[in-house]
Ligand binder design. Structure first.
Ligand SMILES: [Zn+2]
Length: 139
């Protein structure tokens, strides 16, 4: 499997295998280092979030799919970075933009149930002061 990402924005690259950037704009962003350091760290995190999103989108072409965590981890998925969460009865979904996943465990293998954002999720509200992390027994 050979998935490549733009060095500037971390979108998945399609086309020629020697491509490093989406376009000339990404190339100039990458080479423009005269930026305040906080901008650089924002950009670094945004890039990683975008890579996460690219990976979720790649493995979830039709709305819903299950992928082994290790497969995505090897491709550089950063599990500590996400844009928002949805706590459901079945567990907490971690989203990167419009793609998210539910961490699941199938016969001892950690997997991700990847979903594309559904309409009903827009109606769910998340209230941090009433958010409970439910610990599951590991068996
Ligand atoms: Zn790019």
């Amino acid at each position: 499997m050979n998935i490549r990402f733009c060095l500037a924005c971390e979108k998945e690259l399609k086309g020629r295998s020697d491509k490093k950037f989406c376009d000339t704009q990404c190339r100039s962003i990458y080479h423009n280092t005269n930026r305040p350091t906080h901008e650089l760290s924002i950009r670094r995190i945004n890039s990683k979030l975008r890579r996460n999103r690219s990976l979720l989108a790649h493995f979830c072409p039709s709305g819903k799919s299950i992928v082994e965590k290790e497969v995505i981890a090897k491709l550089g998925y950063r599990f500590e970075l996400f844009t928002h969460i949805f706590p459901f009865n079945s567990g907490t979904y971690f989203f990167c933009y419009e793609y998210g996943y539910l961490p699941i465990n199938e016969k001892g293998t950690e997997k991700m149930l990847i979903v594309h954002k559904q309409k009903y999720m827009e109606k769910l509200s998340f209230y941090p002061w009433d958010f409970k992390i439910i610990k599951h027994d590991s068996k």
